[in-house]
Design a protein around this ligand. Sequence first.
Ligand code: GLN
Length: 606
Amino acid sequence: MKYVLVTGGVVSGLGKGVTASSIGLLLKACGLRVTSIKIDPYLNTDAGTMSPFEHGEVFVLDDGGEVDLDLGNYERFLDIKLTRDNNITTGKIYQYVIDKERRGDYLGKTVQVVPHITDAIQEWIERVAKVPVDGQEGPADVCVIELGGTIGDIESMPFIEALGQFSYRVGPGNFCLIHVSLVPVLNVVGEQKTKPTQHSVRGLRRLGLTPNILACRSTKALEENVKGKLAQFCHVPAENIVTLYDVPNIWHIPLLLKDQKAHEAILKGLNLLGVAREPELKEWTARTKVFDKLHIPVTIAMVGKYTGLSDSYLSVLKALLHASVACHRKLIVKWVAASELEDVAAEEAPDVYKAAWDCLKGADGVLVPGGFGDRGVQGKILAAKYAREKNVPFLGICLGMQIAVIEFARSVLGLHDADSTEFDPETTNPCVIFMPEGSKTHMGGTMRLGSRRTYFNVSACTSAKLYGNVSFVDERHRHRYEVNPNIISHLENAGLSFVGRDETGQRMEIVELPSHPFFVGVQFHPEFKSRPGKPSALFLGLIAAACGRLETVLHDNGHVKRSVSNGMSNGHTMVRMCKNGGTMKSANGSVNGVYRNGNGVHLEGN
Ligand code: GLN
């Protein structure tokens, strides 16, 4: 096993995660099997308890691990499936060591950061690196380890010490350190400044780690004399210094690294030059070019809690993007704060209320993502009602499905107090109820998390067709509440159709409104398994419906039959279909791929 460690210096937010994922992709393109580990030096044992509005979304894995969103970048770029242990946190390591201490495993010794915590970190890395994540047997060839935070942070010290020992133990030729740093440009003189990078490399060396490669973030490519200076002061050969300059979208990063021959420097550092082939990124390059040139817009209203942090819904945005690129449309996301659609807003802030409704009404499709708590629920219900009544394409995810069902029960069945017991525990019409999988008396751990199977009980439904006419799909879950099985027959008699259920038939997984052009709600989160070039089936459905192409997609998809689906197996077929289907216009503009909406939130590739 060979290891690539990616560290960050100078400032946070340099795109270390994207750089590490791109390095993984580049190595994969060289014919190597790649896995990855993300180290988060915070004390939380996992990201499950962290607010997505502060920290970005909680990414969910097949095994139910609630992890840092960077693991989503790895899964999307490398098309792999990671496990919860691929995300190491300080909390997990200390918990492991303290549990051992309580069992008496340390035989009376004083338990210390060095060697007990540092040993535990190294054992963890070696154990997890061996777990295959690409569907093939046996361990990968290379493990990319990303160390969160910035060199010099107090909380990452035990990890740096452990990684220093680790690099010495696995030896040269098996370990390659890539330091991602910043080369700022001072506006007055326009000069690229190397001093911050020099200091951060010095910091690394002081802690016992020597960088093999420098990846410098800067607005433009580094000038030769700047590279020379960095080489001299940081003791890194100039050919091992690459610039990550500003690009229209992040799909360019692997290409940028390839053009600067980063793979050669890494392969040399890992003694793999003779083993690996020249990187093969034809498909990736073609898709990136398509993305760059998209100009026909498709507008999706995202009705959620207001957030200035687009990372809170990162995977949903990526899934929308994958589907839009497949349909050759430029994605415009309009954020609609659900609470601004509510009647109270009309009285308290009429301008805001009008702007929110104008935004919703101007969209080609509506998406209500998952969420917890009752803020904005009434507004989300109003958005679902609008989409249902006006035949606007609608996708409700998790909470989004639950509110769509509540809306239908209220408006169509006339059950005015229909609600989820999450929001109104006393409601006389509990439409959505707490249905734990395990014991109802067991405290804690009641969330239904990770991959579960959904069986289609109506094979002619839109969702089954979008998934490629399969009999079941496996998708990831993260919820406590579910549609009440006791009211299903009433809802179905009134026209709502529960087309996908779990193996017991008691848990509703997919709901559709057959009388509507595209109205789908899912209890699971299809966004977590969407990949560039393999868009999630339901996101593709939403985007295709939003640009008036759903029939074409369903028709062409009808020719694709598969016995087993992993929920994302049909992407390539659909991309081809969109390109050649005759009804899609080919893109020929020169608009770049960074999109900004009214709130200044921008959306990139990946
Ligand atoms: N709050 C809802 C539940 O727990 C929905 C969760 C979600 O959207 N992820 O069931």
